[in-house]
Design a protein around this ligand. Sequence first.
Ligand SMILES: Cc1cc2nc3c(=O)[nH]c(=O)nc-3n(C[C@H](O)[C@H](O)[C@H](O)COP(=O)(O)OP(=O)(O)OC[C@H]3O[C@@H](n4cnc5c(N)ncnc54)[C@H](O)[C@@H]3O)c2cc1C
Length: 248
Amino acid sequence: MITTYHRPKTLDEALTLLTQPNTIPLGGGTLLSKGMPDSVSVVDLQLLKLDALRVNGNELQIGATCTLQSLLESEHVSDSLKTAFKLEAPLNIRNSATVAGTIVASDGRSPSVTMLLACDTKLEIRDSKRSQVSSLSEYLLTRPKGLITSITIPLNIKTAFEYVSKTPADKPIVCVSLAQWNSGRTRLTLGGYGKIPLLAMDGSEDGGIETAARIAYHEANDEWASAEYRIEMAAVLSKRCLESIKSI
Ligand SMILES: Cc1cc2nc3c(=O)[nH]c(=O)nc-3n(C[C@H](O)[C@H](O)[C@H](O)COP(=O)(O)OP(=O)(O)OC[C@H]3O[C@@H](n4cnc5c(N)ncnc54)[C@H](O)[C@@H]3O)c2cc1C
């Protein structure tokens, strides 16, 4: 239950408030407003002007409070990332939910975090004492405390996203994201299962991605699908992603 609500006007004020016990950031509030068993104080981020989208050379810098819908409507966001954002939640939720809140609340079924992970996304994380840059990969494994202020994705990559879900608008039970750099570097990630999306491959070229997908999902068994099914689908979708990237 939210028992105290703060709406600071500056980042410094927000970071100071966040040093207090049981005090957490409030992004779009779509998850936090569902209610929690414990009392919590929230620091609403909406006045901090963290909702800008900036192209900086070969990178897109996304403010932490950009909504999922604003990203879906941006000319700078790739079609594959847009597909992933669209699958994350229905329109009304996308209009409120922020990109940072989505990353923090995500589990392995999140299509957009699966795609962001393939892109080797970087996060800027602040607290009252310092600012640090973390890869999304590291963030998902360690979940450090602190306020995410921006998310940076490379623009000089080709990307592809493929998925299987029970209905067209449902969250995928298997999704595959592929990102490829001019150097040949290829990152393959799998979503639709578990606590975090899986990095199946980060190689200097794209050979062996179907095998990497199969290996990564060898234990991906839950109430939504068997591991055998996910292994086959992950291999098929990886192949489709690669074909799609080669045709760009
Ligand atoms: C009815 C309903 C049920 C849902 N159930 C789930 C579910 O069970 N699991 C799930 O993953 N998603 C669930 N979602 C989806 C959830 O709404 C999304 O994950 C959403 O994108 C969260 O974004 P938000 O900005 O609304 O986050 P908020 O609800 O504002 O915050 C979510 C979490 O992120 C933290 N946070 C927000 N911004 C920052 C920041 N800048 N830096 C650091 N921390 C931050 C908050 O402190 C909080 O812990 C549900 C949505 C709805 C409407």
